[in-house]
Design a protein around this ligand. Structure first.
Ligand code: SAM
Length: 278
């Protein structure tokens, strides 16, 4: 059987008697027009390697395979094994590799045998943010990420310094990547519909991505600064160097975290590293 000849996703779910499990954050995209649009937004070239977290019934997986990607799909729920094995049979030989594991602890570099890879996923909401942090700060760096989040999280990733959603996630995401929300997806597009709206975010790594030491400093400083976001930096960063550190970064000690842009936080990270090197 070829990909085109596969039955509709709803029929596949019914045939296997599969109902969504809340504990696994399961909200399925059964409309292939939407999954194809997400695959197009990922801008993949035929032969590109892709990590997909949570293929579930395989709607997005089908679209990625149609685009010619070589997909490594990591799924925690074993119930999807027979259905995904049928999909692997229908795809080009070797185009779909199935891994039944927790994506939070998966070793992507090993799974891709050192080849570069993109991440494309309709993420389970309960682990979406930790997975993003793993890919933004971990040793394995995706070539790009095209990820569905609940809309509120998408806003927190792409927010500019003036927006109310601006915070720690925006600073870490935008220091490492160019991050844009590229598609809104209404709750009714999912089965079952979640309580919230969703959006797809596209992240492409910046050529000037901070070194691991700089990123580590950035994580410490943003945790302290946004942990008390209404306080002035001189109070929230007291334990990390206080006024001398803030002034060394060319910032006003009376400023609040929410008014400091990404470049300002990077200068703080550099000042913190310089002070420790002394
Ligand atoms: N990709 C499918 C779609 O678009 O219809 C399903 C998306 S659903 C929002 C999230 C999927 O992630 C589910 O299949 C769920 O079982 C899986 N999942 C949840 N937690 C996971 C984890 N820690 N590691 C791997 N897969 C996980």
């Amino acid at each position: 059987m070829s990909l085109e000849a596969l039955p509709p996703l709803r029929d596949v779910l019914a045939e296997h008697g599969l109902l969504a499990k809340k504990a696994f954050g399961q909200h399925f995209l059964l409309d292939l027009n939407i999954t194809r649009k997400i695959a197009r937004l990922a801008g993949l070239a035929p032969g590109d390697r892709v990590i997909e977290v949570g293929p579930g019934p395989g709607g997005l997986t089908r679209a990625l395979l149609e685009a010619g990607a070589r997909v490594t799909a990591i799924e925690k729920d074993q119930r999807f094994r027979p259905l995904l094995e049928d999909l692997a049979q229908a795809a080009q030989p070797g185009a779909l590799t199935l891994v039944f594991a927790d994506a939070l602890t998966a070793d992507e570099a090993a799974l891709l045998a050192g080849e570069p890879g993109h991440v494309v996923s309709n993420l389970p909401y309960n682990v979406g943010t930790p997975l993003l942090i793993k890919w933004l700060t971990g040793p394995w760096r995706p070539a790009s990420m095209t990820l569905m989040f609940q809309k509120e999280v998408a806003q927190r990733i792409a927010a500019g310094v003036d927006a109310s959603a601006y915070g720690r996630l925006a600073v870490i995401a935008q220091a490492t990547c160019d991050a844009h929300s590229v598609m809104d997806v209404p709750a009714r597009a999912f089965s079952p519909p979640p309580k919230v709206e969703s959006a797809v975010v596209r992240l492409t790594p910046r050529p000037d991505r901070p070194s691991p030491a700089r990123l580590d400093a950035l994580q410490k400083l943003t945790a302290a600064a946004f942990g008390q976001r209404r306080k002035m930096l001189r109070a929230s960063l007291k334990g990390l160097g206080g006024e001398p550190l803030i002034e060394a970064a060319g910032l006003d000690p009376q400023a609040r975290a929410e008014t400091v842009d990404v470049a300002g936080f990077l200068r703080l990270a550099d000042a913190w590293l310089a002070a420790r090197a002394r």
